[in-house]
Each structure stands twice: as C-alpha cells, then as structure tokens.
Design a binder for this molecule. Structure first.
Ligand SMILES: *Cc1c(COP(=O)(O)O)cnc(C)c1O
Length: 428
C-alpha cells in the first residue's frame, strides 16, 4: 500500500529497485540514529499523494492561486490538530524543515545584526544555532553557552547545561533572543529555567524542540509551550511524522511568524507533507503515543545502563530522553567515532559518530557515538532488546577488524529486526 514500488514504478526499475532496497535496509538493520523514526503507513500514504501537485502560496482562506478549497481544509486540520496536541495559541505547519522553522522564527522577531544566545555546537547545539558554516551566523551575531565541566564525582553530575554561565552571558551580552534546545544532549531541557533568565535581561525565548517534540507531546518531558515565546520543531524525529518543521507561538506573534515563513523564506508549501503532518499530529494525540513517549525514554535509560556495563562512559552521566551520547575513550582509547560508526555499519547497526565535550579529535573523526531509541521503540522493542543491542554493539566494536565476527553479528541483528518489523503490513 504505502510503498508498492514494483507496481507504480514499473516504468523506472532503477529507482524502484533502490526504494525496495532502502525499505529492506530499514527493516533488517537496527536504526539507532537519534533523529530518525519509522512513520506509519498512513503518514507515508499522505506523503505520496496528489497533494504534491498543488500550489498553495499563502494561508487557508488567503491563497494566491485558485483551487485551494480542499487544501485549505487539509492545512486547517493540521493547524488545529497541532494546536490541540500542544495547547498552543497559534501554529504554522508550512516550514519545509527544522532549519527553515528556525530561520523563520529568527526572522519573525529579529533584525540582521541582533544578538542571539544559543548552545555551543561542539557541546550539543545545532548548525542553525550559529555555526560559522550556517547562514544564521552571517545574519545574526551569536554568543554561545555550553555545559558544566565533566565531573568524576558521582554525586555532582557534570556536563549539564550551565545555567550560571548562561545567565552571566545574558547579563553581559543582552541578547535579543535566547535559544534553548540541542541536537546531542541527553538531559531534560526545561524552558522555565531559561524563562527566568530571559525575563531578567528582557530577551525573547525560543525553544528548539526538534529532538524532544514527540516526548513533549507524549507527556514524557516538560512542555515549553506557553513558556517560550516561540517553539520550533521537526515533525520527523521523536514526533514520528513526515520530514518537515513547524512553529508554535502566541496569538500576538502569529502574524509575524506566518509572514516570515511565507513570503519571507519559502514559496509554495508542501501540502502533501502538511497532510502527512496532520495524520501524525492525530496519531500523537492518543494514549498509545503517550505510552510510546515513555517507552522511548525507558529504552534509552536501559540502553545507557547496559552500555555502561560494557565499559562506555555516558556524557552527562546518563539520559533523560531518547538518546545516549557515548564517550568511546573509556571503552577503547584507540577507537574513534568514525571507526565505530563504520564497524557498526558492517554489523547492521546504524548510528552516527558525534563529538563529545572537549573532544580531542576533529568533528569528522570524533571520540563519541550518538544512539537513539525512537525508531526501534516504534518497531516494538523494549528494555530487554536494548540490553541485547548493547551487547551487539560492544561485540561489534571489540571485533571491528574481524569481518567474520561482524557478519555473524549482522545475522543476529537481522534475526532481532525480523521479530520487530516496523512495516510488517508491507509483507515480505
Ligand atoms: C534536527 C535539528 C534541526 C533541523 O532540522 P532539519 O529538518 O534537519 O532541518 C534544528 N534544530 C535542532 C536542535 C535539531 O536537532
């Protein structure tokens, strides 16, 4: 149904073959990339629909082209469902991606040259939080906060967001906007901690919930909605929708946000993606999704515990969310993130290398690995499977130069994935 490539792409066997191979890869190897998930076939069906044909520049009731009566109903449903899901006053569902949502949010409230206080990239922040390689840093002036130093005292957890440093920088730099949120940080980020500091210096607060949006929707993490002035997120990470972004804000900022997305930043919205977002928002507003959000966190905790027993160190001393950031140096001082990622790939375990705080290696090599549980939890795995996965990872990394061992692990991985198939309804 959702991906009958053989039928609909029979005239393009090259792409048909690749689509089938990718679906098979996702079903037979472990997907541990923290920013990925498995959408429902319903979300996929909406993504692959006739709505991709329609131009709908503007917003429901105010479009530049004709023929948008049905599209208006689709986008209205998406906006209403999203507002209901998070209890927000206003929602914009048109951003093509999380990066676009962030750019639009900046554009809605800032002028070029304004100061933004956001998280350091090498300690967990995102490219759009002011990387020299990102357009954001060419338009705005970024100042960065980071983590507290690492602590080996089990009583005082290190590598947590340094709120004292954040406050000192806010007082010294007087940013117009403070950005909360990260791409590789395993602990809870509570918007209320940021709100106090933003209020003290008269700054606006944006919460980039790209990663935890699904955990927030599922009630497993505190909600920034109503606390931060702007909440941006991706719809495809823990929220389990199609690739895309969205912005939530107050009625007061609604016009500015909408104008920043279109015509400020984008042209025609991807209404097939908007329909798929609507499907995902409905799926996320269910008791099943609440249970899912809590299971994702329980699984990450179990995975982190089991990996600790294998000799890895967890950055920030553990996890509260869907991901663990592994320091490989305690497991094997010679092992780089790049080598680990490549060996795991050969064993059928997909994850990404990641810098760790004060990483002595370059961002291309790294000393860390980031693992997430959102996708395999969707596939039905629980804490017992997380313990198994930790063993498989440790074995793969110990025998990273032994192709026979890696092949043996790969077949164990395939057996495990066969018992937890995210797309059983697609058939064999
Ligand atoms: C993933 C991510 C984004 C960007 O999302 P894209 O859809 O890849 O553009 C923005 N901010 C954070 C914190 C992220 O983790």
């Amino acid at each position: 149904m959702a991906l009958d490539a053989d039928k609909w792409l029979s005239g393009d066997p090259e792409i048909a073959r690749l689509l089938n191979e990718e679906t098979t890869r996702q079903r037979t190897t472990l997907q541990l990339i923290a920013s990925e998930n498995f959408t429902s076939p319903a979300v996929m069906a909406a993504t692959g629909s006739s709505l991709t044909n329609k131009y709908a520049e503007g917003y429901p009731g105010r479009r530049y082209y004709g023929g948008n009566q049905i599209i208006d109903e689709v986008e209205d449903l998406a906006r209403e469902r999203l507002k209901a899901l998070f209890g927000a006053e206003h929602a914009n569902v048109q951003p093509h991606s999380g990066a676009n949502a962030n750019l639009a949010a900046y554009m809605a409230v800032l002028n070029p040259g304004d100061t933004i206080l956001a998280m350091r990239l090498d300690q967990g922040g995102h490219l759009t939080h002011g990387s020299p390689a990102s357009l954001t840093s060419k338009i705005y002036r970024f100042v960065s906060y980071g983590l507290t130093p690492r602590s080996d005292d089990p009583e005082s957890l290190g590598e947590m967001i340094d709120l004292d440093q954040l406050r000192d920088l806010a007082l010294a730099e007087r940013p117009k906007l403070i950005v909360a949120g990260a791409t590789a940080y395993a602990r809870t980020i509570d918007a209320r901690d940021y709100r106090r500091i933003a209020d003290e210096v008269g700054a606006l607060l944006m919460f980039d919930a790209a990663h935890p949006a699904g955990l927030i929707a599922g009630g497993a993490h505190p909600s920034p909605v109503g606390v931060a002035d702007l909440v941006t997120f991706t719809t495809h990470k823990t929220l389990r929708g199609p690739r895309g972004g969205a912005i939530l804000c107050s009625e007061e900022l609604a016009k500015k946000v909408d104008a920043a997305v279109f015509p400020g930043l984008q042209g025609g919205p991807l209404e097939h993606a908007v329909a798929a977002k609507a499907v995902a928002f409905k799926e996320a507003n269910t008791p099943e999704f609440k249970a899912y959000g809590h299971q994702v966190v329980a699984n990450a905790t179990a995975l982190g515990d089991a990996l600790t027993h294998e000799g890895f160190r967890l950055v920030s001393g553990g996890t509260d969310n869907h991901l663990v950031l592994l320091d490989l140096t305690t497991f094997d001082g010679e092992l780089t993130g790049k080598e680990a990622q490549e060996a795991m790939d050969r064993a059928g375990i997909t994850a990404n290398r990641n810098t760790i705080p004060d990483d002595p290696r370059s961002p291309f090599i790294t000393s860390g690995l980031r693992l997430g549980t959102a996708a395999e939890t969707t596939a039905g795995m629980g804490t017992a499977e997380m313990a198994t996965i930790a063993t498989l990872i440790a074995r793969a990394l110990r025998s990273r130069n032994d192709e026979a061992q890696l092949a043996a692990i790969r077949s164990e991985v395939a057996e495990l994935c066969g018992r937890f198939d995210p797309y059983a309804e697609f058939g064999a």
